[in-house]
Design a protein around this ligand. Structure first.
Ligand SMILES: [Zn+2]
Length: 171
């Protein structure tokens, strides 16, 4: 990194701190030749994630699209928009850390479900009903039973709320 004033390549770091909510490192530097002080930012190189859709079409990962699907499933469940944003953040970070740059849309759906499952059962069932393209009440009941079994295994909370309504019957 050359000094912007004298072009000298040698400098020392005076201070390093996390910036842009942890997405970059800001460094305050001093030129060893002219003592001019300047700032540099170090960022993780962003590599786009490609989503392979059911149809086989490819498109770049769109966080607002994932968020929209979740917002619909989470209406009137008490889940805040911030919580949903955080889930999308976590999913995006997880995808960014993978060696493979391609992910199927169904994998993204599963990732969303794994987060919603911890957060809210109603939202989980609603999202599953859209994402798994439920064809009838049988698909719905199967998913519900599956959730019920795994929830009972995970924690035996006595007041587990199972009074859920599938998407489409809400309004
Ligand atoms: Zn300099």
């Amino acid at each position: 990194m050359r000094c912007p004033v004298c072009q000298c390549p040698d400098n020392r770091v005076l201070e390093s701190r996390s910036a842009e909510s942890g997405h970059s490192v800001r460094r305050r530097r001093e030129c060893l030749q002219c003592t001019h002080r300047f700032t540099t930012y170090e960022r993780i190189e962003f590599v786009p994630i490609v989503v392979v859709k059911r149809s086989g079409d490819r498109e770049s990962f769109d966080r607002s699209k994932v968020l929209r699907g979740m917002v619909r499933a989470c209406e009137k469940t008490g889940i805040s928009p911030l919580q949903l944003e955080n889930i999308v953040d976590e999913i995006e970070v997880e995808l960014q850390q993978r060696a493979v740059r391609e992910v199927s849309s169904s994998e993204i759906g599963e990732l969303v479900l794994s987060h919603l499952r911890i957060l809210n059962e109603v939202a989980y069932i609603r999202f599953a009903s859209v994402y798994k393209q439920f064809r009838g009440i049988r698909d719905f009941v199967e998913t519900l039973n599956h959730l019920k079994e795994s929830t009972q295994l995970a924690d035996s909370a006595p007041d587990s709320q199972m009074a859920v309504v599938p998407m489409g019957m809400v309004r």
